[in-house]
Ligand binder design. Structure first.
Ligand code: FAD
Length: 406
């Protein structure tokens, strides 16, 4: 059987794998990426948050992505009937980027892999991992593609396989999510009634009821992404045999958007993902880390998915470089505890969103600017800034304020 030797094998070429591979390559590490699909490929996760820009900057991606003229995102708007809550990232409490992008992931992820390939990073598409055997920290990975089967020997594996969850499945690392099972249905539309100016390009989350919300993410090419997130049972209760009809009915539930998207042309049949939250028992082991969706995924409500994907991809790469250079890495504190701190902050916000406490705070007229700035920093992804009491006391801050608001 054909064999290859690399320092680091990255499984999956989504944003997590791409950021990891770029940092490794820049540091002279022999890295190979194997990706099961042919790019461009569809994946959901189109609204980014500013913290990702730190990782794209470190990976050297900003300039190449700017050339694509993706829609810039400067904040987010939440609607609930007549109530409006705007967050402007330039007003956030923490230091950091004030903007990011909202974009079709197929084109974006392809942009990142094109940049990597232009720099000489070895990416093998349409090549899926079938099995991994560990011998201490060394590993032998069996991959399959149209040419057959081969083995890749690596000193370290970064598993960025997203919903594929390669190592969690092979090593029995999956754990149940503590969040209630939710579902999402989404589509891309030709946004031909898009108004001029900010209204046309603003990313919006329309709260239809406490647990059901509708997203509108306009892209720079005139296409918009629309989606509904709801408890699994609710989606099942409104679903008909025809998902296109189901989705037109959903659009009709949004008083704010129903006219804009009435009869809109769908660019594919609406797609559905049910019970998407995922967790793992461990984020690392001898010779590997789990990053991005291969590790933890919470909920789409605050667009944190790609941010964790790139944060964990970048950190895995930097720690793996140190280990390969002979340094001792404390994976428990330097990787798992660090990443889980941010995950836990966001988890508190996701939970209090669905209990209605955070929504109360978002839409309450008496919530002052200082509180909004601190919450804005969390929504921008600066969830490791412990100077922010809405980070440091994430498990209590929202509830404490919601409790005193009438
Ligand atoms: P991915 O982008 O999924 O990439 C993983 C890659 O691994 C894929 O290309 C796959 O083909 C490859 N792979 C899988 N198995 C194998 C294998 N065996 N061998 C080789 N390669 C393999 N996040 C946001 O930030 N913003 C949002 O607005 C947002 N909206 C969401 C809405 C919904 C309904 C859901 C469910 C999620 C949303 N997310 C969002 C989360 C987002 O989709 C993910 O967090 C993000 O794509 C994770 O990136 P990744 O690089 O970890 O994985």
């Amino acid at each position: 059987m054909k064999t290859e030797n690399v320092d680091v094998l990255v499984i999956g070429a989504g944003p997590s794998g791409a950021v990891a591979a770029s940092i490794l390559h820049k540091n002279g590490i022999k890295v190979k990426v194997v990706e099961k699909q042919k790019f461009p490929r569809f994946v959901i996760g189109e609204s980014l948050i500013p913290r990702v820009m730190d990782h794209f900057d470190e990976a050297g991606f900003i300039e190449g992505v700017l050339e694509k003229n993706f829609e810039k995102k400067f904040g987010a708007r939440f609607l609930r009937g007549e109530e409006v809550c705007n967050f402007d990232f330039s007003q956030k409490f923490s230091e950091g980027w004030d903007w990011t992008w909202q974009l079709p992931r197929a084109e974006f992820d392809k942009t990142l892999t094109d940049i990597l390939e232009s720099r000489g990073v070895d990416i093998e598409f349409e090549t899926g991992v079938e099995n991994v055997e560990f011998h201490g920290t060394d590993s032998i990975t069996t991959v399959v593609n149209a040419e057959g089967t081969k083995q890749i020997h690596a000193k370290f594996i970064i598993d960025s396989s997203g919903y594929g969850r390669v190592l969690p499945r092979l090593l029995d690392l999956d754990a149940p999510s503590v969040l209630d099972p939710m579902a999402a249905i989404f589509v891309h539309v030709n946004d031909k009634n898009r108004p001029e100016g900010v209204e046309g390009t603003q990313i919006t989350f329309d709260v239809l009821s406490q647990k059901n919300w509708f997203w509108v993410i306009p892209f720079s090419d005139g296409v918009s992404s629309l989606g509904l997130v709801s408890p699994k049972e609710f989606l099942e209760s409104i679903e008909t045999d025809d998902l296109t009809e189901t989705f037109h009915n959903i659009i009709n539930q949004s008083d704010y958007y129903k006219e804009r998207f009435k009869g809109a042309e769908f660019l594919f049949e609406p797609k559905k993902i049910v019970s998407y939250s995922a967790a793992v028992k461990k984020l690392y082991g001898p010779g590997f880390t789990l990053t991005g969706n291969s590790a933890e995924f919470l909920d789409p409500v605050f667009s944190s998915g790609v941010c964790f994907a790139t944060e964990s991809g970048a950190l895995s790469a930097k720690l793996a470089i140190r280990q390969l250079r002979g340094e001792t890495v404390d994976w428990e504190t330097e990787y798992e505890q660090y990443i889980m701190y941010g995950v836990n902050v966001f988890r508190s916000y996701v939970k209090t969103w669905y209990t209605g406490e955070l929504q109360k705070l978002f839409f309450h007229p008496e919530v002052n600017e200082d509180v909004r700035r601190k919450i804005c920093a969390v929504l921008a992804g600066y969830v490791w800034d412990k100077e922010n009491p809405f980070v440091a006391k994430h498990d209590r801050a929202v509830q404490a304020i919601a409790h005193v608001l009438i």
